[in-house]
Ligand binder design. Structure first.
Ligand code: ZN
Length: 353
C-alpha cells in the first residue's frame, strides 16, 4: 500500500475543514488550548505571565505547531482576558493553575451597569492576544492557521454578574436577560474584529450555555439569533464552543451559521455527526480528564480512530486540556490521524470530494 501523502499546508487544511471542503486529512486543531506545564518549561513562558505578555504568549502558543505538530496555533489559552479588562476581580494563580474570575464578587448588578470602556482594546490582557497574533503571523506566515478567541455574551455575563445571579435573571426576567446579552455581544464583536485585523484566520466563540446548566430550549430562546448575528458580523469562520451534553441543542447550533462546533466527549461523535448533517463542521470530542490526562497513547489512538470513523471534521481535545497533560498523549493525536489515513486510503479527500 502506498504511504499516505499530505498535500496541503496546515493552514489550508484547517481553512478547508472549516469551510467543509475536501481535505487531504482532517486537521488536528484545538480551538481552546493545548498549553501545558511541559510546554511552558520548554520555551520558558509560564502562566500567569503568558496570559499577559504578548511575547511570552506567542512563544507558548507556537508550541502547538512546532512541538506538538498540530495544524493551528491558539494564543488565547483562557476564558478571562475580556473579563479582566472589564475590571473583574482576578485570581491569577501560578504556573500550574488556570487564572479565574472571582465570580463571588461581581462588578455589575444589571444591564444598566454594562459599559464597555472605549479604550478596552488597549488593556494589557487584550493586547496580550492581539499583539501575539501579529507576532505569530510575522513568524509563521501562511503555513499554519492562527485561531483567535472572543468570548460570547453568555459567558461574559457569568463573569460580570456571577453565574447564579445571571441564571436567576434568565428565569425571572427574560427581557432584561436579552438586553444584557445584546449589550455584552458588542464586546465579542470588538475583540473579535481586533483579532481578525491582527491576522487571525478564524475565531473560537465560547458561550457556555452548557448542558449542565441550561436546556436546549434556552439556547434557542436566548442565543441562537445572537449567534447568527455574530456569524454575520465577524468576518472570519467562527467555532462555537459549548461544554457538556449538547445533543439536545445541536440541531439549533447547526442553524447558527457558524463554521464549526467544538464539542464535548459526553456526546457520541457518530450521533453528533448525524444531527449536524453537514450543516456545521464538528471539532473535538477527545476526552480530557480520563483519556488525555490519565491514560496513555493507546487509549488516545482509540478515541482518535472513533472520531475518524464517525467522520468528525477536525480532530481535537474536547476543551482546554489540563495543564499537567503528558506530551506523549498529545503527540499521539496527529500520529493517530496519519495512521488512520494509512489504513483507510479511500477515505481521505476522495470521500469528501
Ligand atoms: Zn469547554
Amino acid at each position: 500500500m502506498p504511504p499516505f501523502v499530505e498535500t496541503m499546508t496546515s493552514r489550508e487544511r484547517v481553512l478547508a475543514a472549516l469551510a467543509r471542503k475536501p481535505v487531504d486529512r482532517p486537521p488536528v486543531s484545538n480551538p481552546t488550548s493545548v498549553a501545558t506545564v511541559d510546554l511552558m518549561d520548554m520555551v520558558d513562558a509560564y502562566f500567569p505571565q503568558a496570559n499577559q505578555d504578548p511575547e511570552m504568549n506567542a512563544r507558548l502558543a507556537a508550541t502547538e505547531y512546532t512541538e506538538l505538530g498540530f495544524d493551528s496555533i491558539m494564543p488565547y489559552f483562557t476564558i478571562i482576558q475580556e473579563s479582566s479588562a472589564l475590571g473583574c476581580e482576578m485570581q491569577w494563580e501560578g504556573k500550574d493553575n488556570w487564572p479565574t474570575v472571582r465570580m463571588t464578587r461581581p462588578i455589575w448588578q444589571g444591564p444598566g451597569d454594562v459599559r464597555i470602556p472605549r479604550d478596552i482594546l488597549k488593556h494589557r490582557d487584550m493586547v496580550a492576544i492581539t499583539r501575539s497574533i501579529e507576532i505569530l503571523r510575522e513568524e509563521f506566515g501562511n503555513e499554519v492557521a492562527i485561531i483567535g478567541k472572543t468570548m460570547g455574551p453568555w459567558t461574559l455575563a457569568y463573569h460580570v454578574f456571577g453565574v447564579e445571579k445571571f441564571l436567576l435573571m434568565s428565569i425571572d426576567d427574560p427581557a432584561m436577560t436579552m438586553e444584557t446579552l445584546h449589550k455584552l455581544k458588542e464586546l465579542s464583536v470588538l475583540f473579535g474584529d481586533a483579532q481578525i485585523a491582527a491576522g487571525a484566520d478564524a475565531l473560537t466563540f465560547p458561550d457556555h450555555a452548557t448542558g449542565d446548566l441550561v436546556s436546549g430550549e434556552y439556547y434557542k430562546r436566548f442565543l441562537l439569533e445572537i449567534h447568527q448575528e455574530m456569524a454575520e458580523r465577524l468576518k472570519a469562520p467562527l467555532i462555537l464552543h459549548i461544554c457538556g451534553n449538547t445533543l439536545d441543542r445541536l440541531d439549533y447550533i447547526a442553524q447558527s451559521n457558524m463554521a464549526a462546533f467544538h464539542f464535548d466527549s459526553k456526546n457520541d461523535p457518530a450521533e453528533a455527526m448525524a444531527i449536524a448533517k453537514g450543516r456545521i463542521a464538528l471539532v473535538g470530542n477527545l476526552n480530557n480528564p480520563q483519556t488525555l490526562y490519565a491514560r496513555g497513547p493507546a487509549e488516545v489512538r482509540a478515541e482518535v480512530f472513533k472520531c475518524m470513523d464517525a467522520g468528525v471534521d477536525m480532530i481535537a481535545p474536547e476543551c482546554a486540556i489540563p495543564l499537567a497533560t503528558k506530551l506523549e498523549n498529545l503527540l499521539e493525536i496527529p500520529r493517530a490521524v496519519r495512521a488512520w489515513m494509512q489504513q483507510h486510503p479511500k477515505n481521505g479527500a476522495a470521500k469528501k470530494a
